[in-house]
Design a protein. Structure first.
Lengths: 396, 396
């Protein structure tokens, strides 16, 4: 008989998925170029040439038995070293290859990180607004999810609620900066306060609370700023990274867990990830993709389009009187809807072929997400549709 | 704090891994060409040109945003159709794309198949001898593993023990033909008897017992035979396949689950696999690898070397008076050791730089596995070492 729990999950259709399907269907009616599809967080710029040329070079010159052979269960040593070196150079860390565990993107990274530092029944804290897939990632690992309500003023951390909900059952805290859906970057001040609190509570409870830092948008930062690196602030940090956005290769499923060498039991966590892999059938990411990624380690796709798009949208939302935080990174912006019910707001926007996502599922009710990983030309064309929508539906 | 269960798993080192490490270390002393390393099941022939050329062509001609984009969570539709068509052509099945779920090799396939058709606490039956990694695959899914002792006469199924241990708690039965470690192929007669029994018990217990068929060695078949396809015999079959061996690309992590269209709830199982993926962080295999595999779907690497090697070894073991089944496929052979303790036997073989694996972990104590996925030239050289070892250590 088929598994009833997963069967029930099938019933709950993702709002993002539904809206994206609507956009595709509408595109067939009026031409997809006329649908302002802001629903999906899919990179829209090509992978850097170093990745493509690197992969072709590997296929043309490497001995196939070696190139396509089994990766050691903890990842290809040379690739791990390349990742460690890059992080050390960029963030002043002291990783060795033994602190790096290559994974199938951030999903794979989080699946391993959570299982490595929790026992079933432990509590893991997440902060609204958050990527809704965090819930299955965490629940499947058998932990209890504790949600800290958003700090609506700035989408930094709501420390009042956080201090209250931290407890001796807290095994780990999961953060995401730059943030999906708000685009907000945690400031150094936020990270320092977070770290101080975690250190203090770890001591009080007599066990280390781990910080799991989900950073797929780290390289998409605006105004020339560098996103503060959480592991620099807190010892017990597992950094989860994906090259999906930086290299524009989300379908290739490549990322890693990086274990802060200063963490408790730092030397054991990567081998433990290897054990976790045995049970969930993950194994390593593709050898070819690991090696091609290493050849492009410090490159990125041309990410500047996202900043251009953000500025166009932010200025327009501001001008129209929306309550909205200026994103520090990502390809998302999350304004407050012009009525209490963001679902109703987004439904009305569809009449103008504007596909926005209500943020109820992200635990930011009343807000909507705009994923601006689309051509700038289309963003420009959408601005008059936004103006028309706001004027006709809300008299602004 | 780190997870204690996985930490304990770290303590149990794999015998195969240890022997393989010994072989590598010994190779540094005397030259690896002089170590007859029969420890690891790593393909030794290059991937077919269609795979390599296909991957290069994709990289050179496809639009990168599309090529490297997110795969739909249930896999790339065209790739799924290609797999379905190939299985239909070859095995007379009636799969559609909706019955195919691309996975990261057989490990990923089994992880999904088991979770899809069991509830935690259910029993899953496996047959000795079996690949030891089945235990973590199954235990991590929360099921209870029931082991049917081997039928030592022929390494088909021990039906007497099987009939006794099947119960109303049995949710699924996992088979592996051609078999790692014995090389034995389940006959049509075995599959018919298995199917009849499962049908009868399913009716008796009032629930469908699923058959999970792990078939990574399906394409390595000897004497021109075609390996009987279990799903042709039993409706409720989930076929788990990997291209690791047929295409010689084990590091690329590409395989699938194929759901028999005649199975109970056949249309729901692939969507359920998609839900399972969300929790274990699996997602789809690499898009590039999915597409390159599809271009090589009906090709294989030149697998004839394995048959040549098998014949050399089988004849030698026969000649030396070993009890041994002639493999019908795979790149393994599993003779009975010349003393009761196969570990002691394998230890003595090391003095002749022969690296065999004792089969205690495969639940065939007293036997040893010879993985002959190495150059034929080396196999030939090893034969005199085997003869010397057997004569000097056992007087034969």
């Amino acid at each position: 008989m088929i598994n009833q729990h997963y069967l029930e999950m099938l019933g709950h259709k993702s709002v993002i998925r539904e809206l994206s399907e609507y956009a595709t269907a509408r595109g067939k009616e009026i031409g997809y170029e006329n649908v302002f599809d802001y629903s999906l967080g899919n990179p829209s710029v090509p992978a850097p040439e170093s990745f493509t040329a690197g992969a072709i070079d590997l296929l043309q010159t490497e001995e196939p038995v070696k190139l396509h052979g089994y990766s050691p269960s903890l990842g290809l040593p040379g690739v791990k070293q390349t990742i460690a070196d890059s992080c050390n150079r960029r963030f002043g860390m002291e990783y060795t290859a033994n602190h790096i565990f290559p994974t199938a993107g951030c999903a794979g990274a989080i699946a391993h990180a959570v299982r490595a530092v929790t026992e079933p029944g432990d509590e893991v804290i997440i902060f609204a607004p958050f990527f809704p897939e965090y819930l299955p990632y965490l629940q499947d690992a058998g932990v209890k999810v504790v949600i800290i309500p958003a700090s609506f003023a700035d989408f930094q951390i709501n420390f009042e609620a956080f201090e209250e909900l931290l407890s001796d059952k807290t095994a780990a805290v999961l953060i995401n900066s730059p943030n999906n859906p708000s685009g907000v970057v945690y400031s150094e001040e936020t990270l320092r306060r977070l770290s101080d609190l975690l250190r203090q509570r770890s001591e009080e409870y007599g066990h280390h609370i781990f910080l799991i830092s989900d950073e797929p948008y780290r390289e998409i930062a605006f105004d020339g700023q560098v996103v503060p690196y959480p592991a620099k602030f807190y010892e017990d940090t597992l950094t989860c990274y994906s090259f999906s956005k930086s290299l524009s290769v989300p379908g290739e499923r490549i990322g890693y867990v990086a274990v802060n060498p200063a963490a408790e039991n730092a030397e054991k966590i990567v081998p433990i990830c290897g054990q976790i892999s045995r049970g969930i059938g993950h194994n390593c990411p593709s050898s070819l993709i690991q090696l091609a990624m290493a050849k492009a380690i410090d490159d990125t796709a041309d990410l500047s389009v996202y900043e251009t798009n953000m500025n166009l949208l932010y200025d327009t939302f501001q001008e129209l009187g929306f309550t909205v935080q200026r994103p520090g990174g990502t390809f998302y912006i999350m304004p407050k809807a012009l009525e209490e019910d963001a679902v109703a707001f987004c439904r009305k926007a569809l009449d103008y072929d504007l596909v926005f996502v209500p943020c109820d599922g992200f635990h930011a009710p009343g807000y909507f997400r705009v994923a601006y990983c689309i051509d700038t030309e289309k963003v420009r064309r959408s601005l008059s549709a936004i103006r028309r929508f706001v004027q006709e539906a809300y008299g602004r």
